[in-house]
Design a protein around this ligand. Structure first.
Ligand SMILES: Nc1ncnc2c1ncn2[C@@H]1O[C@H](COP(=O)(O)OP(=O)(O)OP(=O)(O)O)[C@@H](O)[C@H]1O
Ligand SMILES: [Mg+2]
Length: 408
């Protein structure tokens, strides 16, 4: 009979020990802390340990002791921070605290494919948010997209790739002393960027509506050489395997310094932005919906088309307001884009000073603090209609429609 040691809070301990006995395992010891369990392992060696992935029940000493004695540990995670904590200690055998017993047992017995679904590599979608100079709202849009996607229940990482004016960390009230994206690039350059490392260097924006990972940007623009094009491409490839959606906040400039430099191998200031745009499946190109913003956008859009294919681009005109562009603002913006840039169907996001000021003030997203904002509603529609997979229902409806018009 296999023996199991437990280190769990009381409410979990009761249900797990009942299941263990019912399934024919023998309960060897119940401990109330990681250190107590580590000392126990030195005396009696169970076959397995089930513990909660909090600092009280799991620490490095326990992992070292379990490795030395060959005991398999399975950690139950109740929150994102517990999942991250387990990852930071290199523990991959994690399962949700409210998982079925069958899942826990599969992990205990080392069943192949039993690992937490979140640990499985995936082929996520990468979305780059770009826009010309003049603060049209690239960062705001990248944050809104990440928040909106996370609300839809998919896993999301938001990375600050802007080598000129990185600002995601202050916008979300996160620390940026150790820039996560620069660390990711460094590790990717050394071919050592694993999911565990990403979870160690990433920070979490936590909210009940849908939390997401954040890889913060370089606080000092002089650190731009750390984000070389090759490293950025490699870091993005790792993010693709890590989460369902990676959102990249990029810089404005697309100037390619190699054309004016005699040294082709010199690092390039805008290499990160260009690499992000080329790696992305979708590019959300953001302009400001006022006369100056429109003219800047139209000029820069020409450069964007030289960098990537047009079919990957969704144009968003942000901060739409009649006070800056005159009556019939939507029609005017659409007409100008169509006439001077051949751009059809832009997404129009209304100006909402109160919502965005509130977000900056509190370090929260507008999804959290102003869910009914017209700007949020416009971004939510973009996410539903263009970025998330279309629901089967829509396909079915089309199919029904098509069959209905077929001759009988
Ligand atoms: N739809 C909107 N309505 C009102 N204010 C907005 C809207 N979108 C963005 N803003 C505000 O515009 C300002 C600039 O936005 P943001 O920092 O996102 O621009 P950016 O393009 O990333 O600029 P930078 O060049 O500094 O990186 C911020 O104060 C933001 O709160
Ligand atoms: Mg920005």
């Amino acid at each position: 009979m296999s023996t199991v040691a437990l280190a769990l809070p009381l409410e979990l301990e009761d249900s797990i020990s009942m299941q263990l006995v019912r399934q024919g395992f023998e309960l060897s010891v119940r401990c109330s802390s990681a250190d107590e369990l580590a000392s126990q392992l030195a005396q009696t060696v169970p076959d397995f340990v089930i513990l909660a992935a909090s600092t009280r029940y799991l620490n490095n000493r326990l992992i070292v002791e379990a490795d030395a004695t060959g005991v398999r540990i399975v950690a139950l995670v109740a929150t994102d921070s517990e999942r991250r904590y387990a990852a930071s200690l290199g523990l991959l055998e994690v399962v949700a605290a409210d998982a079925d017993w069958a899942e826990i047992e599969m992990l205990l017995l080392g069943h192949p494919g039993a690992q937490d679904a979140a640990a499985q590599p995936r082929n996520g979608t990468v979305i780059a948010v770009w826009g010309p100079a003049g603060a049209p709202g690239r960062t705001s849009m990248a944050i809104c997209l990440a928040a909106e996607l996370a609300t839809a229940g998919v896993t999301v990482a938001l990375a600050d790739v802007d080598t000129h004016s990185g600002s995601i960390a202050p916008a979300l009230g996160l620390l940026d002393e150790a820039p996560g994206f620069a660390a990711a690039c460094r590790l990717a350059g050394a071919d050592a960027l694993t999911r565990l490392e990403l979870e160690r260097i990433g920070q979490r924006y936590l909210t009940a509506r849908g939390s997401f990972w954040v890889l913060t940007g370089i606080g000092r623009p002089s650190r731009w050489p750390e984000l070389s094009g090759e490293r950025v491409t490699a870091a993005i490839a790792s993010c693709r395997e890590w989460v369902d959606y990676t959102i990249l906040d990029t810089g404005a400039s697309l100037e390619n310094d190699e054309e004016i430099s005699s040294d082709l191998f010199a690092p390039r200031r805008n290499g990160a932005t260009i690499a992000a745009l080329r790696a992305a499946d979708e590019v959300v190109a953001v302009g400001a919906a006022d006369p100056v913003g429109l003219s800047r956008f139209l000029r820069a859009h020409v450069d964007l088309l030289e960098t990537i294919d047009t079919d990957r681009i969704t144009v968003v005109m942000n901060k739409l307001r009649a006070s800056a562009i005159g009556p019939g603002a939507s029609g005017q913006v659409r007409q100008t884009l169509q006439r001077f840039g051949g751009i059809a169907n832009p997404v129009l996001v209304p100006h909402d000073q109160a919502a965005f000021d509130g977000a900056i003030l509190t370090g929260r997203t507008i999804v959290d603090i102003a869910p009914k904002s017209p700007a949020r509603i416009a971004v939510a529609a973009l996410v539903r209609q263009k970025l998330l997979p279309q629901p089967a229902l829509a396909v079915r409806r089309n199919w029904l429609h098509r069959t209905a018009v077929l001759p009988v």
